[in-house]
Unconditional design. Structure first.
Length: 389
């Protein structure tokens, strides 16, 4: 790979500015799942063992360039200490061997890829290491601009993710099914244009499916969807048709009047959708349809849960399909690759994480990688290496 890695640097006595992705799933103020934290531990260990001091930078949620205390990263310091086994200080005044700085997105310069903001960040380190593969589809100050200011390289997780995805997917066996669900509709839609050209089936779930259902003229009551994305969804369906990609939409759903734990739900057919209810999961007929197609496939790529898996029993659709993927993978009939912050959480909840062929920490970046696009964060590391050469 044409970028520098940890092995290319002498870290002794150096301060390393380390970009990681701490955008972890949180429920009621508690970290629900620590995969993203645990998967950067090898990089942390390597840097500490090689005599570096580490200054960690990350975003968390969408504070949109404003200081919003509910998005502070401070609550994560004890979690990092526990998962990594080092003491971690918080904020610019910390003198610990590992320091966590405040949420990057409190500054509007971060998402604007602003050089002045990158300069402020660069002041905290001698070397920049990017170990946030899951953010490499964004050219932000902490993934792009910063690479013009410090010597830079990829962390061990970034390296491992890219290698694993290449091995698994450089020559994927067909038929390929992509499963795309979850809630980040508009950000993921743009990826689907290219994805439908590369896969044989696209199964949709979550808010994503709802937007397509609306585009096909279905009633979806009060379900989560993005009405201004309906035209986009129609275009994707047209591209899919031209490319012989079959889009699989739910045919039945679990619906609720109000989404809260312990709420009662019904299963309804999509041609009979009550106007005062929301779809929160796919129903049994839809589950069967996806499982049947999975049996005929050789590769599955999965980002985004089928339903609101955080609230039981609306994890049912995701769990059943995950179990099917797990069984087929174990019997060597299917190569299964999944990625995404919440997707990892949902598969963990389904108890199948160990059974998949590969699980990436990245969702959006994973989808864009699948499209065959050069990721800006990775390109920035490559460009920096070629400038230095
Ligand atoms: P990832 O982080 O894996 O990329 P997303 O962030 O796009 O996935 O989506 C995950 C979120 O989508 C979960 O919090 C889940 O509750 C939500 N979700 C899934 N289905 C629905 C639905 N039908 N209505 C509302 N939210 C949904
Ligand atoms: Mg998410």
């Amino acid at each position: 790979m044409n970028f520098k890695t940890l092995r290319d640097f002498d870290f002794n006595g150096k301060k390393v500015l380390l970009r990681i992705d701490l955008n972890v799933p949180v429920q009621d103020g508690i970290v629900a799942e620590t995969t993203r934290i645990d998967r950067v531990k090898p990089t942390i260990d390597y840097l500490i063992q090689h005599g570096a001091k580490i200054v960690i930078i990350s975003h968390f949620g969408r504070p949109k360039g404003e200081v919003k205390p509910e998005f502070s990263l401070k609550f994560l310091t004890p979690v990092l200490e526990k998962q990594w086994g080092y003491s971690v200080g918080f904020g610019e005044d910390s003198t610990k061997e590992i320091t966590l700085l405040e949420n990057l997105r409190f500054d509007p310069g971060e998402e604007k890829n602003d050089l002045a903001f990158a300069k402020k960040l660069a002041a905290h380190g001698d070397i920049f290491i990017n170990d946030a593969f899951s953010m490499s589809h964004r050219a932000h100050a902490s993934t792009e601009a910063i690479t013009h200011l410090l010597p830079c390289g990829a962390g061990l997780l970034m390296e491992a993710e890219l290698k694993a995805l290449h091995i698994a997917l450089d020559h994927p066996e067909k038929p390929i099914i992509a499963i795309v669900g979850g809630s980040k509709i508009s950000t993921k839609l743009s990826v689907l244009h290219n994805l439908v050209k590369r896969v044989n089936y696209l199964a949709l779930g979550g808010g994503m499916a709802n937007t397509f259902l609306l585009a096909t003229g279905h009633e979806i009551g009060t379900s989560m969807c993005e009405t201004d994305m309906v035209e986009e969804a129609k275009k994707i369906m047209a591209t899919a048709k031209e490319s012989n990609c079959e889009i699989i939409l739910p045919i039945d759903c679990a619906v609720v009047e109000k989404l809260e734990p312990g709420t009662s739900s019904d299963i309804v057919d999509l041609n009979n959708f009550p106007n005062n209810k929301s779809a929160v999961d796919i129903g049994p007929k839809s589950i069967d349809a996806v499982c049947k197609i999975l049996e005929s496939c050789k590769t599955v790529l999965w980002n985004g849960p089928f339903g609101v898996f955080e609230i039981k029993p609306f994890d049912n659709g995701t769990n059943k399909v995950a179990q099917k993927v797990s069984d087929l993978t174990k019997s060597k009939k299917l190569v299964s690759i999944a990625g995404g912050g919440d997707t990892v959480s949902a598969l963990d909840n389904a108890g199948v994480v160990e059974d998949f062929s590969y699980i990436s920490t990245a969702g959006g970046a994973f989808l864009e990688w699948l499209e065959g696009k050069e990721l800006p964060g990775v390109a920035a590391l490559k460009n920096s290496a070629s400038r230095a050469a």
